[in-house]
Design a protein around this ligand. Structure first.
Ligand code: 5CA
Ligand code: ZN
Length: 417
């Protein structure tokens, strides 16, 4: 999958402190365990991209990427594009277009938006279609290990080899039960709401997720040897890509909070069932809402980054609007949020426009401290606001200080002034 050009990251003096983030249990932990930090972030299903929720999630993990670089670590950033899956096929059918054309066009738009938002590109960026050989290999291994099984097909499915059936993960054998802390009924309902098929006849357990979906009339399929013609299930896509690109130990699995269950729980369970360790830390961004409801493609309550760009909104203002909220909190996109960010961007630009200004050494330390503390961007923005106020009201004599401030904001926050 084509990524996008990497924005230049200015070099800053020294290094930032170790970055700590809050994992699922609410405790602060080091985001990386060693000198090479590995992160897998769930990317888009390419339709209705890029709405502000997608952008906020991408920017949230970009902050971690930048903080790790500043800490002096080598970063391996991996992401995916779910370029074949039910929702994409359904949307293409509704629009009367080829699903491949919709996916290609929307992935390209996402790449343009990421470029405009100064998001560092992933080092490995795979589409689900490109990852099919990895998925086939992973599913075959899960079958060999006895933690996956075949489910008989309805008449008409399965092409020349209907007897092979779909392949499902055994939720009991893979330890998926009990992961939500909810009642069994609640968990099953959540699974059904988030892409699962609890009612599918022939499964051992309602929570068993699909690993390999056999050929169906009118659906795309690929040849997969003993698995039979078909296409990948969703969770195993992310497991297989992460395993191939990051190995069986990696630091962070990320995405929006809507992916906690079943997607991240199941993809991690698959990783463990394959003999890996899965991610050390799971991090989730909060949900961006519009008009009181989660911004989502299925609800259609969307603000697209490309539409804002077409209106002449500076992408750096969009980025600042996102950064005004802590990555893990839920927040609502409003015109006021954008207006406040645009005003802040103007103020910051004016504040760094001179040759001299207030000393920015302390500011650099404050930005680093704030970001190392679970990527506390509201605190980082407040620190830059104070420096900008001082620069605009009192001025300052330190030659080059505005340049230091601008480079710090660029390198750490990804905001180009
Ligand atoms: N392709 C899958 C992940 S493998 C998927 O969930 N795609 S998506 O297009 O629906 O979302 C892409 C990313 O944006 C995911 O990490 C998702 O959690 C995040 N996301 C989706 N909606 C929102 C929202 N309203 N607020 C914040 N993040 C969101
Ligand atoms: Zn994913």
């Amino acid at each position: 999958m084509q990524t996008w050009p990497a924005p230049a990251v200015p070099t800053l003096p020294g290094h930032g402190p170790e970055v700590q983030v809050r994992g699922l249990d609410g405790h602060l932990v080091p985001a990386a365990a060693g000198p090479v930090a590995g992160m897998y972030v769930c990317g888009i299903t390419p339709y209705d991209a890029t709405h502000l929720g997608h952008a906020a999630t991408a920017v949230g993990f970009d902050l971690l990427h930048r903080a790790w670089l500043d800490q002096g670590l080598e970063v391996r950033y991996v992401s995916n594009v779910t370029d074949v899956d039910d929702p994409l096929l359904e949307r293409a059918a509704e629009l009367g277009v080829e699903w491949t054309d919709l996916a290609t066009e929307q992935a390209a738009l996402y790449a343009e938006d990421m470029t405009a938002l100064a998001v560092l590109p992933p080092h490995t960026y795979l589409g689900a279609v490109e990852a099919i050989p990895l998925v086939i290999d992973a599913v075959a291994r899960l079958l060999d290990r006895g933690v996956a099984y075949r489910v008989p097909l309805e008449p008409g499915a399965g092409g020349d080899h209907p007897e092979l059936g779909d392949v499902y993960a055994d939720a009991v054998a893979q330890g998926i039960h009990g992961l939500t802390g909810m009642s069994h009924e609640g968990t099953v309902a959540l699974f059904g709401e988030n892409g699962g098929d609890p009612e599918r006849p022939g499964k051992r357990d309602p929570l068993d997720p699909a690993l390999w979906r056999r050929e169906r009339p009118g659906e795309p399929f690929w040849f997969a040897g003993d698995l039979g013609t078909g296409r990948p299930g969703w969770h195993i896509e992310c497991t297989a890509i992460a395993e191939q690109a990051l190995g069986d130990h990696f630091d962070v699995q990320g995405g929006g909070r809507d992916l906690c269950f079943p997607h991240h729980a199941m993809s991690t369970a698959h990783a463990l069932a394959l003999g890996g360790h899965g991610p050390r830390v799971q991090m989730h961004t909060g949900m961006v809402a519009l008009s009181g409801e989660k911004m989502s493609k299925s609800r259609g309550n969307l603000v697209l980054v490309s539409a804002l760009r077409e209106r002449g909104v500076d992408p750096m203002a969009v980025r600042l609007a996102i950064l005004a909220h802590h990555y893990a909190s839920d927040w609502e996109w409003t015109d006021d949020v954008l207006d406040a960010a645009t005003a802040r961007l103007d103020r910051w630009r004016a504040a760094v426009s001179g040759n001299g200004g207030p000393d920015a050494t302390e500011l650099l330390g404050e930005l680093r401290e704030a970001l190392a503390d679970d990527l506390d961007t509201p605190r980082a923005l407040a620190a830059m606001d104070s420096w900008a106020s001082a620069s605009l009201s009192i001025g300052g004599e330190v030659e080059g200080a505005p340049g230091v401030a601008a480079r710090a904001v660029d390198a750490l926050l990804g905001v180009r002034l």
